[in-house]
Design a protein around this ligand. Structure first.
Ligand code: ATP
Length: 526
């Protein structure tokens, strides 16, 4: 995983300016919609309404209502949809629900919807949403994220070949018959490419819906050219265009989807129905060269707020000004004041997270449990740490931007930027781990005096952002000083020791009996 801090600048406009792309200048304003009770959403399949109620969803958020109207409603999905709405506003259901409803009438199972996300954690989170609604209308969902072995994934995705069962079947017939076991696939780009390149029977030819979540991040990194590959594999081939006999009768397999038959009807060489796309982010790129990779069809922008970026409504932002030499003490005092509530602390690199958590480990009797969360830790360690955090066994996670995108943790009320984020996008994604789904939350940012002006300017780029100055009791900071001096000495010794071969060894340095171990690699950032 790559640091957001170093790359977010690509879309960082110096001032709020008119987008280059004309269609981006006239968005549908998501905020003009109000929440809609589940029972009142027009044309919602009653089976889905029941499933949603079981999930505890009573009404739809504005982004979900507006996306529904453009897909199932009067918009009838005639245009590709780009959603730019705040973190935690419910974008996942905004695309999952219409796709599931549209596929609920399908007759033959084949891979018709593909959702691509940048990380495994996010993909699994999104799959959970599909899992909660798709089976009730008879659809199957699978993931291709590298969580299990490729063989296991293949057996979840692909049927055994019919030719093995009926050897007399025509080769071409067998070749054209859909072999997928799933209707909807949630994938990360790497594993998706593995299946495209290597899995026999894996085909995108019937794909009707493509979702690119966290679009700006997905377009920033090529991920083995997954996007052009997917688009290319969903285009009709020359062979498709000429599959008819001399009398013009179609030679297509009886199970061939309408999309391929549409090609037969001569839609100027384009697929019909087209591959419909939904792209979304809390910080959607406006860069025409990046968006052009998506080959969007008459795109329609659904945008929240007047500005390009928007802070969740119930998020309160605070700034704390302190000098670098006492910052760890200020952090401890702030965490003490938050009284063991769940909190994420963001540092600017994995090394900084490690250093900070090691240092805190030398303070005894801290009234909160903390743990390091790093991209250099083993996947299983990270998963355990996150589970312990979700369960409330750990109060504070210290990490870098690996924790910043998309992850949802119930009841998380506080986020702390231990260092000032460099870009407004970084702030939005970090702060957006709290104040989700209409809940309230706070984001605290530590600043040096000379950073205040820049930070204020950075926050102004987001709609609905105001920042309150927060101070900490001087005496609490002073009371920690003696332990701090000793802790710094211990940290120096420890780091000296670990600079040698130790550095690459696994160690549990977070000092909080953290559930996992940490693999160190110097200088790498997440
Ligand atoms: N209509 C709803 N009613 C209640 N809760 C909802 C509703 N829709 C979504 N949620 C909940 O809101 C939370 C945030 O939703 P989601 O993860 O889709 O947000 P997001 O907009 O994708 O955020 P991010 O940009 O950070 O990825 C989830 O826990 C989800 O279950």
């Amino acid at each position: 995983m790559v640091t957001m801090g170093t790359k977010e600048q690509e879309d960082e406009a110096p001032e709020e300016r008119v987008p280059h792309l004309p269609w981006m200048r006239h968005p549908v304003d998501i905020d003009s919609f109000s929440a809609c009770p589940v029972a009142s959403l027009p044309r919602l399949d009653p089976r889905l309404a029941e499933a949603l109620q079981r999930m505890g969803i009573e009404s739809f958020f504005p982004v979900q209502v507006s996306a529904w109207l453009e897909t199932i409603g009067p918009g009838a999905f005639q245009r590709d949809i780009c959603i730019n709405s705040p973190t935690g506003s419910g974008k996942t259901l905004a695309y999952a629900l219409p796709i599931v409803q549209m596929l609920s009438t399908r007759k033959v199972r084949c891979l018709r919807a593909l959702v691509v996300l940048p990380t495994r954690d996010l993909a699994l989170q999104v799959k959970e949403v599909f899992d909660a609604i798709a089976p009730v209308v008879g659809l199957t969902v699978a993931s291709a994220v590298g969580q299990s072995s490729i063989a296991d994934e293949i057996s979840d995705l692909i049927k055994k070949s019919k030719q093995e069962l009926y050897p007399s079947l025509d080769d071409e017939y067998v070749e054209m018959e859909p072999q997928t076991k799933v209707d909807i696939l949630v994938a990360t780009p790497g594993r998706l490419m593995d299946h495209i390149n290597m899995t026999k029977g894996f085909s995108l030819e019937h794909l009707q819906y493509l979702v690119v979540d966290e679009t700006d991040r997905m377009l920033r990194e090529a991920y083995q050219s997954w996007l052009p590959t997917v688009i290319q594999f969903t285009r009709p081939t020359k062979q498709d265009l000429f599959r008819h006999d001399t009398t013009g009768r179609t030679l297509l397999h009886p199970l061939t989807t309408i999309r391929r038959s549409g090609v037969e009807r001569g839609f100027k060489g384009k697929c019909y129905p087209r591959l419909a796309k939904i792209v979304c982010s809390a910080t959607l790129t406006q860069d025409p060269s990046k968006l052009s990779q998506l080959e969007l069809h008459h795109p329609l922008l659904l945008n929240s707020g007047k500005k390009r970026y928007r802070i969740p409504e119930k998020l309160e932002s605070y700034k704390l000004i302190c000098t670098s030499n006492i910052k760890p003490l200020c952090l401890i005092v702030l965490l003490q004041e938050l009284r063991g509530e769940k909190c994420l602390v963001f540092t600017k690199s994995v090394d900084d997270s490690h250093r900070l958590s090691t240092l805190l480990g030398f303070f005894e009797d801290l009234p909160f449990k903390f743990s390091e969360f790093s991209s250099l830790q083993r996947e299983s360690t990270r998963r355990k740490t996150l589970a312990a955090f979700k369960e409330g066994e750990i109060d504070v996670l210290i990490g870098s931007d690996i924790m910043a995108r998309g992850i949802h943790i119930n009841g998380l009320r506080y986020v702390i930027n231990y260092e000032m984020p460099q870009y407004v996008k970084t702030y939005i994604h970090r702060a957006g781990r709290t104040a989700r789904a209409g809940e309230s939350g706070s984001c605290f940012t530590f600043l040096r005096k000379n950073e205040v002006k820049r930070f204020d300017k950075l926050l102004k780029k987001a709609d609905g952002s105001s920042c309150i100055l927060r101070s900490l009791p001087e005496e609490s900071i002073e009371s920690l000083r003696p332990v701090f001096e000793t802790a710094l000495e211990k940290l120096k010794d420890k780091l000296k020791g670990s600079a040698e071969p130790e550095a690459s060894k696994k160690s549990n340095n977070s000092g909080d009996k953290a559930p996992g171990a940490l693999k160190r690699k110097r200088g790498k950032q997440t």
